[in-house]
Ligand binder design. Structure first.
Ligand code: SF4
Ligand code: SF4
Length: 177
């Protein structure tokens, strides 16, 4: 039968030599390879105490952004949800009331905003689609959870800390952008 590729290897059926039947040279060769790895730099790290640096293009957990005055930037336009290929984003819009200007930047805001992290493929299209710089993907992993519901992140989990009430948390979140 004709081979599909030229990568097939022929099997040698020749009888083993005396040295091959001793197995000692093969064992010594194997031990030499094992010992040579003892002095090499270890590729494993002690995670989570040690962490590898992320690639500059790493895309992790989403953050819903605020402006410098602490107001939520999202205007619930839905472009991120439309752009999402995994249909992971859902939201409900609400109208800003006259006394809520300090909370929401635009006249319309997301009263509910959820991302299902089990659906998300961390492609970053939501970030690219957003016209308000209201969402970005940080360098944080979604932590493990025991329930599927625990992977549906709401505004409480996604919103960046308020720069007025928690400037350190805000700066840290911004720094990991
Ligand atoms: S990163 Fe991609 S898959 Fe995840 S929510 Fe954004 S658009 Fe959807
Ligand atoms: S995050 Fe951006 S794209 Fe998504 S609803 Fe809010 S403003 Fe629109």
């Amino acid at each position: 039968m004709q081979a599909l590729t030229n990568r097939s290897q022929g099997v040698s059926r020749k009888p083993m030599s005396f040295m091959e039947r001793l197995y000692i040279p093969a064992i010594l060769k194997g031990m030499a390879i094992t010992f040579s790895h003892i002095f090499k730099k270890k590729p494993t790290i002690r995670y989570p105490e040690q962490k590898r640096p992320f690639s500059p293009v790493f895309r992790g957990l989403h953050v819903l952004n605020r402006d410098e005055e602490g107001r939520e930037r999202c205007t619930a336009c839905g472009l991120c949800a439309v752009a999402c290929p995994a249909e992971a984003i859902t939201m409900e819009a609400a109208e800003r009331l006259p006394n809520e200007e300090h909370l929401y930047r635009e006249e319309k805001y997301a009263a509910k905003y959820e991302i299902n992290m089990l659906r998300c493929i961390f492609c970053g299209l939501c970030e690219e689609a957003c016209p308000k710089d209201a969402i970005y993907l940080s360098e944080t992993f979604a932590p493990a959870n025991y329930t599927r519901k625990g992977f549906v992140y709401g505004k409480e989990e996604l919103l960046i800390p308020d720069p007025k009430t928690n400037p350190e948390g805000y700066a840290a979140a911004k720094g990991s952008k």
